[in-house]
Design a protein around this ligand. Structure first.
Ligand code: DC
Length: 644
């Protein structure tokens, strides 16, 4: 399983240019295809769902071209129903392609088969089919009744009068009908049965239809009159707004991580309902500023986000972001009227509840609501994403809680935002790590501790973990080549570091892990891949705000490859042996210069030759040779690197 590890973050600020809106992109493509004339579409979203629509249009006889590398497309409209009268379309999990194409094809007088991924075949479409059948469309279910795949056959369409469609499962059924009805040329009234959900999405549909020349008369949210003799006409050029749902992750990042974070591409002038996510964030205490084409979010003045209890029916997609923002609120939070989550890319209520619990939240799940209470401290977890782009993007925000998080299958963001994680990285600041690697007795420990003190950072002496494993093994009579037993010891090591002392269980073993025997043992257990793997997460746990200085052999290469500062600290073997000799003498311990030197050289050789995490100077590490330096100078060198 592919995954992406996000480090704990200190905060978020900066600017993001949003990708185009998925809802606007796919609606615009279909309207341009059905129009008379050519349409230049600027800033079209480049993503899986839009790809599915583009592919389908080409198969259906619509010519389009893309100008090179840009997101600008030209669509040559067919000026009515699709000219290709037989086609087999695969539409992935793109609801915004599947529903509107179903309606447009049902009125195109051809034979078409529409299918998608297995999840698409679990997402209801019966209400739309029922609506279309009322005017004579011939649509059959090729699998389960009420669900894709569909088989459309030519039929005599009898438009006019009133078509009734349910509006309480998905607003996309109404959108699909409204966009297709102008193909009939006859005035038709659509009446919504049941409470219409996600109303702002219908607003997007009506706005775009009007730009393409068809003005629908609306009576409340119950009746929509599509005029007769109305034909779609290209507006010439049309710009796709930035995606307001995608904006929600960055605005939340600003509200949680200090900010300001500014998104560009949506603002006051937006036709997307999800811009109202900004109002919801404001109710949580976030400070919001807005221009015509941008929105900016900052954290509440000196406080956590406020707990909330909100009806979120009007912003179903962006509301998911609030479920994760609840992890940063000062009390239990309630998200109400979100039943449509259950029929989206996955059952989002269930998925959200599962994953929020993994990071420590207390979650109550109802048929159409979620109640989320944040834990005192977030717990690092591997988040499953259920092939749902929004799950992946939402949970990236956990990292703003000074908590590392693993996102499984991160590529699912391709559905609407292929570059999401790169953009997220650009506006967030990871908890900094100073990685100091080098051979035994090079003075790393002393330098690392002094640097950590100067910066106010935490400090990790990773060698002591290997020493503890060796000591625990000696005590338990486990041999240094019994890899499974050693890995078991490493995984459950009852180690504790307090006030410069090292404890194993209740016992102070600060000196015991420094004997030559423990040193040799440590370098033996350290060659074992399973031991190293067992210690990996434990080491990463030390990364917390405001920062970490980590010293060892593989801090910069394996444990913290994203460390902002990497140092390779070394000295000649002779100089190191002399320092060690002096230390031991000072402690009144027996020592022999020759054997110390030999031990060091053997250990260097073992550390450098082992196949897993060998000691090496990375190309991006600064070399610090302390043979001729004192501690002050070495510390000064590292601090200079950190500050520059
Ligand atoms: O840094 P030290 O001398 O305390 O390390 C003890 C042993 O542990 C040494 O032989 C190398 C090994 N070690 C390692 O393999 N990887 C680390 N990150 C730290 C230490």
């Amino acid at each position: 399983m592919e995954f992406l590890d996000l480090p704990p973050l200190l905060g978020a600020s900066g600017r993001v240019r949003l990708p185009g809106s998925k809802s606007i992109s796919n609606r615009t493509l279909l309207l341009a295809a059905l129009s008379e004339g050519e349409t230049d579409i600027r800033d079209l979203l480049a993503s899986d769902d839009v790809e599915r629509m583009l592919e389908a249009l080409r198969v259906l006889g619509v010519e389009w071209s893309c100008d090179g590398e840009s997101d600008n497309y030209r669509v040559r409209g067919v000026g009515g129903p699709f000219p290709v009268k037989a086609a087999d379309l695969f539409l992935g999990n793109a609801g915004t392609a599947f529903r509107p194409l179903t309606a447009a094809l049902a009125l195109s007088g051809g034979e078409y088969r529409l299918s998608g991924v297995p999840r698409m075949h679990e997402r209801p479409i019966g209400d739309l089919v029922d609506g279309l059948r009322q005017i004579g469309a011939d649509i059959g279910y090729a699998g389960n009744d009420g669900f894709p795949p569909l088989h459309i056959r030519p039929a005599t369409i009898r438009p006019g009068g009133v078509v009734r469609v349910r509006g309480d499962v998905s607003s996309q059924f109404l959108t699909a009908l409204l966009m297709a009805l102008p193909l009939t040329g006859v005035e038709t009234t659509v009446e919504v049965v049941g409470e219409l959900i996600s109303k702002p999405y219908i607003g997007i549909t009506l706005d775009l239809m009007a730009r393409f020349g068809v003005v629908v008369r609306r009576e409340g949210w119950e009746r929509f009159i599509v005029p007769g003799a109305a034909r779609y006409r290209s507006p010439g050029v049309i710009f796709v707004e930035g995606d307001a749902s995608s904006a929600s992750y960055f605005l939340a990042a600003g509200a949680i991580g200090g900010g300001p974070v500014r998104v560009e591409g949506v603002g006051r002038g937006s036709i997307q309902g999800d811009v109202r996510f900004a109002e919801a964030l404001e109710q949580l205490g976030a400070r919001i500023d807005m221009g015509d084409n941008w929105i900016e979010a900052r954290a509440p003045e000196g406080a956590r986000l406020k707990a909330f209890d909100l009806d979120l029916n009007h912003i179903p997609d962006a509301a998911m972001t609030l479920a994760v923002a609840a992890l940063f609120a000062d009390g239990p939070c309630r998200l109400r009227n979100i039943a449509s989550w259950r029929v989206k890319e996955t059952d989002r209520i269930a998925a959200m509840a599962n994953e929020l619990r993994k990071v420590g939240a207390t979650v109550e799940e109802g048929p159409d609501y979620l109640c989320v209470t944040a834990p005192a401290r977030l717990v690092p977890a591997a988040i499953d994403t259920y092939d749902d782009h929004r799950m992946a993007m939402c949970f990236s925000l956990v990292s703003l809680g000074d908590c590392r998080v693993r996102i499984n299958d991160p590529k699912c963001v391709n559905k609407t935002f292929p570059t999401y994680f790169a953009r997220f990285g650009e506006v967030t600041r990871p908890v900094p790590v100073v990685a100091i690697d080098g051979p035994s007795a090079s003075g790393k420990g002393t330098v690392a501790a002094r640097v950590a003190e100067a910066l106010g950072y935490h400090c990790l002496d990773s060698g002591s973990l290997y020493r503890l494993v060796a000591l625990a093994a000696m005590r338990a009579g486990v041999s240094f080549d019994d890899e499974p037993a050693l890995a078991g010891l490493a995984a459950t090591l009852p180690a504790r570091f307090t006030d410069g002392r090292v404890f194993l269980g209740g016992e102070d073993v600060t000196d015991a892990i420094r004997t030559e025997e423990a040193s040799v043992g440590a370098s033996k257990v350290a060659v074992l891949a399973d031991v190293r793997a067992a210690l990996l997460d434990r080491q990463r746990e030390y990364r917390h705000a405001p920062g970490l200085v980590a010293e060892g052999r593989d801090m910069g290469s394996v444990v913290f490859p994203d460390a902002g500062t990497k140092i390779f600290l070394t000295a000649t073997a002779q100089a190191r042996a002399e320092r060690r000799y002096k230390q031991l003498m000072e402690k009144g311990m027996a020592a022999n210069m020759q054997s110390l030197l030999k031990d060091l050289q053997d250990r260097d050789a073992r550390d450098a030759a082992r196949p897993v995490a060998p000691l090496q100077k990375l190309p991006d590490a600064a070399l610090l040779d302390t043979t001729e330096m004192d501690v002050e100078q070495a510390v000064g060198f590292v601090l200079d690197r950190v500050r520059s």
